[in-house]
Design a protein around this ligand. Structure first.
Ligand code: MN
Length: 172
């Protein structure tokens, strides 16, 4: 069951909110508010799409499961080439970009995306194993809007993504 959510490529699963509603027939509103207080902060707004570029299968599985649990629509690619093909037809709000990829790396792909008028408005958040100041600066220099360091913790991960999306929607 937990792994099942990972099978649905590109489909969002909002088990939390819908489950609370149907599970409490008498006070659905109360159940929703309580749920929202606990984990509403990192949750997706309707239709928000996150594209994950990550070549490591276990990292991909974790990131995808966290995003789906928060209600995001999720698309994935294992390398820069696959990402470019898919981004020709999908326009996500945010890309989670692993920096270390086989072939073209995440920094090079970010530069390409930020130079292209059709993709430059997409937020790019780097996923990096390196917490070294110089590497994070390289990510920002390449055009990344922010970064998340591995290993990934659920709450800071989701609140960082939420923060970038909220900041971008305020900026217009
Ligand atoms: Mn990698």
């Amino acid at each position: 069951p937990q792994g099942e959510a990972c099978q649905h490529e590109g489909r969002s699963e909002r088990a939390g909110v819908d489950g609370a509603r149907s599970g409490d027939g008498t006070k659905p509103g109360h159940a929703l508010r309580r749920k929202g207080k606990q984990e509403g902060k990192g949750r997706a707004m309707s239709g928000e799409t996150v594209f994950v570029v990550e070549d490591n299968a276990s990292n991909m599985k974790l990131v995808k499961a966290l995003l789906l649990s928060a209600g995001y629509e999720v698309y994935t690619a294992e390398d820069a080439e696959e990402a470019q093909v898919k981004l020709a037809t999908i326009h996500p709000q945010l890309i989670l970009m692993d920096i270390q990829l086989p072939g073209m790396d995440g920094l090079a792909l970010t530069r390409v995306l930020k130079e292209d008028p059709s993709t430059r408005d997409i937020l790019v958040v780097a996923l990096t194993a390196y917490a070294m100041k110089g590497d994070l600066q390289k990510a920002l220099d390449a055009g990344c809007d922010g970064y998340i360091t591995k290993p990934i913790d659920r709450l800071p991960f989701l609140s960082t993504i939420r923060g970038h999306l909220d900041a971008a929607s305020l900026a217009g």
